[in-house]
Design a protein. Structure first.
Ligand SMILES: [Zn+2]
Length: 253
């Protein structure tokens, strides 16, 4: 597995929200260095053409007045794109990026999200002819409404936002859903960790993230390939964030 990230994601002055707090990226990267060893890969910023595949000209124009946010969000989308490209080479990848993307629709961003990172990466692969189908599994505590919106014109995109009252039901529901699905060309994960017991979602424990990662790896194996990547979304309880990401990656790698 490879970790896609960039030193610029450690900057905190692009926004003032829960995703941009100091130390959040560093905690994750430190945990992944210990969990690995996985090679770290630098992304390039998404191009205007990449962004236009998922967002309206009016929305993109609205960000021109905020160059710092646009630059970092473009790099975050580029991180998702790089992770997706690695996945296509058969190398699972995890992109540690911010701002997150799953609440960014074609027309607007909210919930700390600017560009629809996962959706833009998949649309780029689709445009190149590399894939015709994709499974998106969003494990963030919040529904990835932006991803749903951006991919809504693509019948080959299947999006899961598992929801259950408790952790046992959640894991069973995910397993069931994955078993019922046909093979897809690639698996993309909106990897939010705010469903953790001490975070806003108050549901999953550290080992559950391993179980989720492993279930996704097994789904890929049943599909006959290793094409999977994950992109960081939420996750705000810093004392456990590093070990939760590492636990997911242990199962996913
Ligand atoms: Zn969330």
């Amino acid at each position: 597995m490879k970790v896609v990230t960039h030193p610029d994601f450690s900057s905190t002055d692009y926004a003032d929200d829960c995703a941009s707090v100091a130390g959040r990226m560093e905690i994750i990267l430190e945990a992944l260095k210990v969990e690995g060893p996985w090679a770290f890969v630098l992304p390039e910023a998404a191009t205007d053409a990449d962004l236009r595949r998922g967002h309206t000209p009016a929305y993109l124009a609205s960000l021109v007045g905020n160059p710092k946010l646009h630059a970092l969000a473009s790099l975050a989308a580029g991180g998702a794109i790089r992770a997706a490209e690695l996945a296509m080479e058969g190398e699972p990848a995890f992109a540690v990026v911010r701002p997150p993307g799953h609440h960014a629709s074609r027309h607007a961003g909210w919930g700390y999200c600017v560009y629809s990172n996962v959706a833009l990466a998949l649309l780029k692969l689709r445009a190149s002819g590399a894939i015709t189908s994709a499974l998106v599994v969003d494990i963030d505590a919040h529904t990835g409404d932006g991803t749903i919106d951006v991919l809504s014109d693509w019948p080959g995109a299947h999006i899961l936002n598992p929801y259950a009252e408790d952790r046992r039901a959640y894991l069973a529901l995910l397993e069931q859903a994955l078993k019922a699905l046909p093979p897809m060309d690639i698996v993309a994960v909106s990897a939010g960790f705010d469903a953790y017991l001490e975070d806003v979602g108050r549901k999953l424990d550290t080992m559950d993230f391993f179980m989720i990662g492993r279930a996704l790896r097994q789904y890929c194996r049943r599909s006959g390939h290793e094409r999977r990547f994950a992109v960081l979304e939420g996750g705000y309880y810093l004392p456990a964030l590093g070990r939760n990401v590492a636990s997911f990656c242990r199962g996913f790698a």
